[in-house]
Design a protein around this ligand. Structure first.
Ligand code: ATP
Length: 279
């Protein structure tokens, strides 16, 4: 998915110099990005970097103190979250946030309540996730983490968004489950969607992204196409090291099996700090 990036034209989603506070804390400090139609744009960064704050602000759940959010060329900065959703911005929140006492199908129906017209229906979601139809009457609280994540994605898809915001799909899931979920991405993109995702699992983000940005303590520390950045640059940006320092003490441990391209000899331990991921 490392396709050339459109050099001109209107980005579908644009964030300009965004500053967001949580009380006294400046969680985002002048972050900008441009996401073009059909892209998979990945935001990476360690715990507390401001990734979720960025997605939640785009969805309208936090109000920025400075900066602007443009969607399809229109200023959405002060638009209410529900209007952003009906305009075509949908989010799969960190931790899924399903209605656990409702069934799979009822959760999908919630997502479809104010749906735009488009290709995604509950039946189409069942086709995407082969197991789901048979379990449609099961409460989502009884599903595994990976199954719940799939329902959360389905719930966002049935709203027929143009931009899908994915917050930490991999959180708490075994690597094999994460890979299975990300394997659905091409089918989702094929229906015309644009994706902005947040990932702590850098290897995974690099595999799927056409463009990436690394945040550290609310600042942008790296931006570019995965093919244009080296593992050392990513590692330095992720941890806030001067470039090259990341290799000085050997690769960090943990994570999901390496962020460098196969055989690159790059950071082979992954940059996710130990203990971040459950199984
Ligand atoms: P994580 O992977 O841990 O979710 P993140 O990169 O998504 O990290 P954020 O969740 O955006 O980071 O948090 C950025 C900073 O803002 C952190 O210091 C966090 O503690 C703080 N923060 C986030 N949400 C709130 C909130 N609602 N109230 C106060 N502080 C918050």
């Amino acid at each position: 998915m490392n396709a050339p990036r459109p050099g001109n034209g209107t980005p579908l989603l644009e964030v300009r110099d965004l500053v967001v506070h949580h009380g006294q804390l400046r969680a985002l400090d002048g972050v900008s990005l441009r996401v073009f139609p059909g892209e998979v744009y990945a935001i990476i960064g360690a715990n507390g970097a401001g990734k979720s704050t960025l997605l939640r602000t785009i969805a309208g759940l936090h109000q920025p103190t400075e900066g602007a959010i443009l969607y399809d060329g229109k200023d959405m900065t002060k638009v209410r979250p529900e209007r952003r959703a009906t305009a075509g911005i949908a989010m799969v929140p960190e931790g899924r946030r399903l209605f656990g006492s409702l069934t799979v199908e009822e959760n999908l129906q919630v997502g479809a309540t104010y749906a735009r017209k488009g290709p995604w229906t509950i039946e189409r979601v069942y086709e995407l996730f082969g197991w789901m139809s048979e379990r449609r009457t099961q409460r989502t609280a009884q599903l595994s983490g990976g199954e719940q994540q799939s329902v959360a994605i389905g719930r966002a898809l049935v709203a027929n968004p143009r931009v899908l915001l994915l917050d930490e799909l991999s959180l708490g899931l075994a690597p094999v489950v994460v890979q299975r979920i990300y394997a659905m991405l091409p089918q989702i993109l094929a229906t015309g969607l644009t994706v902005l995702l947040v990932e702590q699992d850098v290897s995974q983000a690099l595999r799927v992204a056409s463009h990436l940005q690394c945040l550290l303590e609310g600042h942008t520390t790296l931006e570019g196409r995965p093919s244009d950045v080296t593992p050392a640059q990513v590692e330095a940006a992720y941890f806030g090291l001067a470039e090259g320092d990341g290799r000085a003490e050997g690769p960090p441990q943990g994570g999901s099996g390496g962020m460098g391209p196969p055989g690159s000899g790059g950071v082979t331990g992954g940059v996710v700090p130990p203990g971040e991921k459950g199984a």
